[in-house]
Design a binder for this molecule. Structure first.
Ligand SMILES: [Fe+2]
Ligand SMILES: [Fe+2]
Length: 179
């Protein structure tokens, strides 16, 4: 089964973005004091880096080559909304991103003629993403008890940026869901 270059470069973009996301979360651990948050962030960071590894293995398994790219979903966020700095900003953006990834991976799974290795990796990753969505959601809800307006406005700003970034990516990578 042949996987074309367009699909390989999409997988390579996934790989680079998972890695970038994992590194950002890992950096955050270094300036976090709350023990519970240290635990969650470290696990989350490790799982995103592991996702980068799964994509790397998948790219090789389908006959492609992982290659360095500067372009990642996270770099596009920074261009659109600046670098998120506070914990609320980083985790709000993480939540918006994870929701997008979850929906997008499900769409990707519906593409016709997918290589079985890609199907397996997408399914495996969706399981982790559910957990990521739920702990970050819980943390943001806790923050909202005292700073509801701030949390809401940060999320809204990121949702708007995310929609624009995603629409552009869909065009650039020629991504189509099921025909
Ligand atoms: Fe991931
Ligand atoms: Fe995730």
């Amino acid at each position: 089964m042949i996987v074309d270059n367009a699909e390989i470069s999409l997988l390579n973009f996934y790989r680079a973005s998972e890695l970038h996301g994992g590194l950002i979360l890992g950096q955050m651990v270094r300036r976090t004091r709350d023990p519970q948050l240290i635990l969650q962030l470290t696990r989350h960071s490790a799982e995103e880096v592991m996702h980068a590894q799964w994509w790397t293995e998948t790219i090789i398994a389908v006959g492609g080559q992982p290659a360095p790219v500067r372009d990642t979903y996270q770099n596009r966020y920074v261009e659109a909304v600046g670098t998120p700095v506070s914990t609320i900003e980083v985790l709000a953006l993480t939540q918006v991103f994870e929701r997008r990834v979850y929906r997008h991976f499900r769409l990707h799974l519906r593409r016709p003629g997918l290589h079985p290795a890609i199907v397996a990796t997408l399914r495996r990753m969706l399981e982790d993403e559910k957990r990521h969505l739920s702990w970050v959601q819980h943390w943001l809800e806790e923050q909202s008890k005292e700073r509801s307006a701030e949390v809401r406005s940060v999320i809204e700003r990121y949702v708007v940026a995310d929609r624009r970034i995603y629409d552009t990516l869909v065009l650039e990578y020629g991504f189509r869901s099921a025909a």
